[in-house]
Every structure is written in structure tokens, then in C-alpha cells.
Design a protein around this ligand. Structure first.
Ligand code: SF4
Length: 111
């Protein structure tokens, strides 16, 4: 077997492995964008990060991490490309959608 044939086989196997690993992700993406349940502020994970559906109602004295103008719509974790109405998935809360006017302590400015 020549060196060129060995590399071709390696490339072939690598492509199969890559396709096997990414196919499930490609199949899940459209379903997540369309019908994720809204994150409730009463959800234990939401409570842990003080998630609220309205950043304007957050007391800045009680939440020193709150920065002026911060809300889900301006957060790096908000998946705006998958938004449905005023809600979109948030990578901090997998399987849920958050309100673009919401806020939590994990807020980070868009990169
Ligand atoms: S991480 Fe960002 S987008 Fe997600 S809930 Fe918190 S502020 Fe909103």
C-alpha cells in the first residue's frame, strides 16, 4: 500500500467519524429553535442565577452584577438566530428559551 493510499483511507475514516459525530447535532437544531419551553424564574437553575423575565425590574443594589443596558438580548449566550418571538435559546439553560428582556447573573456582553 502506498503512502498516498494510506492518507486517503485515513481521510475517509476521519470523514465518517466527523459525520457520525455531527449528524445528531444537525438533526436537533431545528427542533430546539422552534419549540423550547420558556424558562420559569421558579426553575431551580433559574433561581440559582437569579433569572428574571424583565431586567428593568431588577434592583441594581441587590444585584451588583447587573450592568446598565444588560439583558438577554444583549447577552453573548442568547441565541438570537433561533429566536421565536421575544424568546430564544440560551446556552446557559439548555433545553429552555429565555425572554430577550430577561436577565441573569451569567450575563456577558456579546463578543
Ligand atoms: S445567560 Fe444571558 S441570555 Fe441566558 S438568561 Fe442569563 S442574561 Fe439571559
Amino acid at each position: 500500500m502506498s503512502k498516498a493510499q494510506f492518507l486517503t483511507r485515513r481521510d475517509f475514516l476521519a470523514r465518517i467519524a466527523l459525520g457520525t459525530a455531527t449528524l445528531p447535532l444537525l438533526q436537533l437544531a431545528p427542533a430546539q429553535a422552534a419549540d423550547l419551553p420558556h424558562l420559569s424564574p421558579d426553575d431551580p437553575a433559574a433561581k440559582a442565577l437569579s433569572y428574571t423575565e424583565n431586567a428593568a425590574k431588577v434592583d441594581g443594589k441587590a444585584e451588583p452584577l447587573l450592568k446598565a443596558g444588560s439583558h438577554c438580548g444583549s447577552c453573548n449566550f442568547y441565541q438570537a438566530a433561533q429566536a421565536k418571538g421575544d424568546c430564544a435559546p440560551c446556552t446557559i439553560f439548555p433545553g429552555k428559551s429565555v425572554n430577550k428582556n430577561g436577565w441573569c447573573r451569567a450575563w456577558a456582553a456579546k463578543a
